[in-house]
Design a protein around this ligand. Structure first.
Ligand code: GUN
Length: 296
């Protein structure tokens, strides 16, 4: 295999999708007499969550969406939080609702997700939307990170139909949902999917049997050259902090893939940062437009 794989540029793909969303939003807003609306709820002061929420709010404004931002103290009660969700469910200007995860203890995240109107659940975490994905009902919402992974596979020209995909990680937000998405019938799907995790036997051999490896385990540099066969496509969902005294911040962000040793074996690979990360916000905006379009 050549030593120069296709490096999949998630920033460029995300920028293109966001630009398409802006055009669609303007057209729909003119038809409906109001713009699409997204509400983002942040509880507590986790710096990473705060940064995500700020970037979602900024993107909404850039695209001409109506943006509602609730920044709530970690001391808020479960009842007060559920009350805010109920008001957003009833708000006719709000098409999508996202409650930033994780919630501080002792708040019950599952109860909050269950309380979101499934037709506004642009995260795709509500059981109705999980069931729709499993059933192949395309009216539901698919979580943003798996949608972003699928889109990058398409953009990289990697064949998905008939391919063996090994997904490392079984979280609902990424691994399990991506497996359901890629095993569906239809375009950009029809894959043979194996979901592997920390208890799976002989991961290197299993991964070497894959045409596509998706790493979503949250362990820095876990996927090594021995996991990847020549010519495979590798999608790295991981974002891990590792100490780096040479960096002014004292740390840097790396993926779940040991990029330097894996990339030369690949047909195509996503970098970290600049791969899957920028895609999630593009898919969130796209899901919000879908919610707006489906609203009667
Ligand atoms: N925290 C990290 N990623 C996500 C996401 O996609 N949705 C929500 N709600 N919280 C997150």
């Amino acid at each position: 295999m050549s030593a120069s794989p296709l490096i999949i540029d998630g920033r460029a793909v995300s920028a293109r999708i966001l630009s398409e969303c802006k055009t669609r939003a303007a057209r729909l807003a003119a038809e409906r007499g109001r713009p699409p609306g997204l509400a983002v709820v942040l509880v507590g002061d986790d710096p990473a969550s705060r940064a995500y929420v700020r970037s979602k709010d900024r993107t909404c404004r850039e695209l001409g969406f109506h943006s509602v931002k609730h920044e709530l103290p970690a001391t808020i009660s479960q009842t007060e939080l559920l009350d805010i969700v109920a008001r957003l469910n009833a708000d006719p200007q709000v098409d999508g609702i996202l409650v930033q995860s994780p919630l501080p203890k002792p708040l019950d995240e599952s109860a909050v997700v269950h309380a979101i109107d499934p037709t506004k659940d642009v995260d795709g975490f509500h059981p109705v939307n999980v069931a729709k994905l499993a059933l192949g009902d395309e009216s539901g919402f698919v979580p943003c990170t798996p949608l972003g992974c699928q889109r990058l596979l398409v953009e990289s020209g990697t064949p998905i139909s008939g391919a063996h995909v090994v997904v490392l990680g079984r979280s609902l937000i990424v691994g399990k949902s991506l497996a359901l998405l890629l095993m569906q019938k239809g375009a950009a799907a029809d894959a043979t999917v194996t979901v592997a995790h920390s208890r799976s036997r002989d991961l290197p051999a299993l991964c070497r049997s894959a045409d596509i490896v998706v790493a979503a385990i949250g362990r820095a540099h876990f996927v090594r050259a021995e996991h990847v066969r020549e010519g495979a496509t590798v999608i790295d969902v991981g974002i891990n902090r590792i100490d780096d005294p040479a960096d002014p911040r004292g740390y840097r962000l790396v993926g779940d893939v040991a990029y330097d040793e894996v990339a030369p074996r690949c047909r195509a690979i996503t970098p970290v940062p600049g791969g899957v990360g920028p895609m999630t916000i593009a898919m969130l905006m796209s899901n919000t437009l879908k919610a707006f379009e489906q609203r009667p």
